[in-house]
Design a protein around this ligand. Structure first.
Ligand code: NOJ
Length: 763
């Protein structure tokens, strides 16, 4: 009897699903009708349940039914789960929702697929240094193909927070300091993840984060207070979020920080007035982790109060806090939250599932045959390798130290030289850490026995063992060596003695950047610097292969090391890609998207600064000018900077006209020539300065770029169309306007070395 009842129940559920499927059409009206009908059947508790994204817990395959999460799912308390890996597990859990909850509403499965899935691409900061929008879009496309093959329907990416503070660990997760470039990357990533419209089996929903201003915490300390003028907000920080919204991002994540004194998670102006009313966002907003309950510590009230605050501000989904499920019903009863607000949020959650096609097929992403053919494939890995090689920035190359030849003995020395687990970089939760060859392994493979590649660790990551432990969490241990510093150094020097060239693999471990990984000292850690000094004393050519997730202070290295290749964290194929560049099979073309300071005291340091009323005219120090007593205002390496194995020259700029009307346009052209003897790519950068305006304007702002490949000796004309749209900014009243007057137009290979001309915008 029990059995029969159960069977009938299942059939009824299936019928609901079938009825739902029959209605699942693609027009917005059909979606509305479908959701209206579904919501009529839902209790208040079930509606609130859709707004809940609890911690998954550890569900193993076959265990889904018995887990606590399963109980909550069957009670209709769960709208989605996150960071559960494995299609079989996800299928099991989805089955719980579809077959064992009253209305059979499918779950969303989210994950931090930040820079690839098992095929890992460079960390986002590295990826941005490719300036290659096609490659960036493709990295997101491949991430979506792999994640969707493994059951994931929703990624917590792109992270588009502009950051100008090298101390902040999460600078590694974004696209650097520039809003114009950041916006282009945001668009490319959303397109890559979502494909045409999220209807394909390999198209997943993007989540633009962290809205808003998360990249500007005071003192570069994660989760710290953010406070900035609206003027700066809209002119310098908001553009990438808006671009992701305009590209159709299906969801957004609230930032942990406050904005204008109100935590983003409870900030109605931000979540409703700006995001929805001003920008037309029609997806759903999820909190960042315990963003709701954290408002208690922010001093915004008790759990019930902050949950109501969040919902009323425009938050739709509560990640982890359990605040919505535990308090919203009470708040409705007490008149603190309206049913209409809950309905609105619930509708948005259901719309997301509808748009993903989950009502039509809850198992759309649960084809257990897909992982074997779609994840970590040779094709994906080859693309990741190429993309990684494009992300490396050649910072210095005296006397053509690079490229190296595939011959003789190459000594790889350093704590980052033989680690697999550190290659993928921070926030690579889906990576199989052992899959990524270490640098030594990669160089052996690339040289194919033509060179003798030897290795010594040379030093630990740093002398402080406790610091090293903090900096190598989540399975990224560098296996601290118990020998003395002296013993390790001696071994390195012994091994280097027989080498023709030394590749020093130094810098940060992958977990020295990323979430909750901020630093106040950005120099090379102590024992690594000593090691480098000793290696240089051998008199052999030394190439510094720099691993880092942020701009470091490399003042000493710039002065003393002949060649520096900044490889960030290049992903699962990084080691091979480094080999490709070191040996010249690939000519480096990466350009910095973040300024490298001379010392940490200069931070925040960025190219698009204001002139001030007392600009420093020339040189270093001038009394009563804006400068320091102890260091010049210059960066160590400017935004846009990066060398190549070839060289490029820029002609003067020619304009097709010297003035344009507010409804007109003009074209600026330069001739770029590859003057060296190797083929190579150059990122041609366009900057503009508004000379006189109703508010102060930056000394230059990126307004265009093109990555151009030229054969040795080849020349090409590169043109940029200047439209009034490019000249607009948010004025004092936050209206987006362009103002007639004079503009400097600059084109060059980095933000400091540019050709300049002038044009006029007329009424
Ligand atoms: C906290 C991080 O800030 C966010 O970026 C991430 O997506 C969530 N945790 C979920 O893991």
């Amino acid at each position: 009897m029990k059995h029969l009842v159960r069977k009938l129940k299942t059939m009824a559920v299936l019928l609901v699903v079938v009825v739902i499927s029959a209605h699942a059409q693609k027009t917005p009206q059909d979606m509305d009708r479908f959701i209206d009908a579904l919501m009529k059947k839902m209790t208040l508790e079930e509606k609130i349940g859709q707004l809940n994204l609890p911690v998954t817990g550890d569900i193993t395959t076959g265990q889904a039914k018995s887990s606590d999460v399963a109980k909550r799912i069957s009670q209709g308390e769960v709208g989605g789960l996150f960071n559960l890996k494995g299609v079989a597990k996800i299928r099991d859990v989805q089955k719980q929702a579809v077959e064992n909850s009253r209305l059979g509403i499918p779950l969303l499965f989210g994950m931090d697929v930040i820079h690839g899935y098992e095929t890992v691409f460079p960390i986002p900061l590295g990826l941005s240094c490719t300036w290659d929008m096609k490659a960036i879009e493709q990295s997101a496309r491949i991430a979506a193909i792999e994640a969707s093959a493994d059951g994931i329907s929703w990624t917590f990416s792109p992270m588009v927070d502009v950051s100008r503070d090298a101390r902040w660990g999460r600078i590694s997760e974004g696209s650097g300091e520039d809003p114009f470039l950041g916006a282009a990357i945001a668009r490319a990533m959303v397109k890559g993840y979502q494909g045409k419209n999220m209807s394909g089996k390999d198209e997943i929903m993007a989540c633009v984060k962290h809205f808003a201003l998360y990249g500007a915490p005071e003192a570069g300390r994660d989760y710290n207070t953010v406070d900035m003028s609206r003027n700066r907000m809209f002119n310098e920080y908001m553009l990438p979020y808006q671009a992701a919204v305009e590209a159709g991002a299906g969801s957004a994540m609230a930032a942990f920080n406050e904005v204008d004194g109100v935590p983003a998670t409870g900030n109605k102006w931000l979540m409703t007035d700006v995001l929805r009313t001003q920008w037309g966002f029609d997806g759903f907003v999820v909190t960042d982790y315990t963003g709701i309950s954290e408002m208690v510590d922010h001093g915004m009230g008790d759990l019930q109060a902050v949950a109501a605050l969040a919902l009323n501000a425009g938050i739709d989904m509560d990640m982890v806090s359990d605040a919505f499920v535990s308090t919203l019903k009470k708040s409705v009863e007490e008149g603190k939250v309206s049913v209409a607000s809950i309905d609105k949020a619930c509708r948005r959650m259901l719309e997301a599932k509808y748009k993903l096609g989950l009502f039509e097929n809850p198992y759309k992403y649960c084809d257990v045959k897909r992982p074997a053919k779609d994840i970590f494939t040779p094709e994906h890995r080859a693309i990741a390798r190429k993309t990684a090689s494009e992300s490396f920035v050649l910072m210095k190359n005296d006397n053509q130290t690079l490229p190296l030849q595939k011959k003789g003995t190459i000594a790889v020395i350093g704590p980052l030289g033989n680690t697999r687990s550190n290659m993928p970089g921070t926030w690579s939760v889906a990576a199989v850490l052992d899959n990524a060859p270490s640098l030594v392994e990669g160089l052996k493979e690339v040289t194919k026995g033509k060179a003798n590649v030897v290795y010594a660790k040379g030093s630990n990551l740093m002398s402080d063992a406790a610091y090293e432990e903090r900096a190598t969490m989540f399975g990224r241990s560098l296996h601290r060596d118990n020998r003395t510093d002296k013993e390790m150094l001696e071994e390195a020097l012994r091994i280097s003695a027989d080498a023709d060239v030394i590749v020093a693999a130094l810098g940060e471990s992958s977990e020295m950047s990323g979430e909750s990984s901020c630093r106040t000292d950005l120099t090379m850690p102590d024992v690594q610097r000593t090691l480098l000094e000793e290696l240089l004393k051998t008199g052999k050519p030394v190439v510094l292969v720099l691993f880092t997730g942020r701009p470091l202070v490399l003042t000493w290295e710039k002065e003393n090391v002949p060649a520096i290749l900044n490889v960030w964290f290049g992903g699962s194929e990084a080691a091979l890609a480094i080999g490709d560049v070191l040996f010249g099979d690939v000519n480096p073309s990466g350009k910095l998207t973040t300024t490298f300071p001379q010392n940490v005291g200069q931070v925040p340091l960025f190219y698009a600064h204001k002139n001030t009323g007392r600009p420093l005219n020339k040189g270093w120090f001038e009394k009563f000018r804006t400068n320091y007593l102890d260091v010049s205002n210059e960066p160590l390496y400017p935004f846009g900077y990066g060398l190549s194995y070839t060289s490029f020259t820029y002609s003067d700029i020619s304009l097709d006209r010297s003035s344009m009307a507010v409804n007109g346009e003009l074209t600026a052209t330069v001739t770029l020539t590859n003057t060296g003897n190797r083929d190579g790519a150059e990122v041609v950068q366009l900057y503009i300065r508004d000379l006189v305006a109703s508010i102060t304007r930056p000394v230059k702002e990126l307004k265009g770029f093109e990555k151009v490949f030229l054969k040795a000796g080849e020349s090409r004309k590169v043109s940029f169309k200047i439209t009034p749209e490019l000249l607009k900014f948010y004025n004092y009243d936050l209206q987006f306007v362009c103002e007639p007057g004079e503009f400097d137009l600059m084109i060059g290979g980095n933000s400091q070395e540019v050709k300049t001309t002038r044009f006029v915008l007329t009424d």
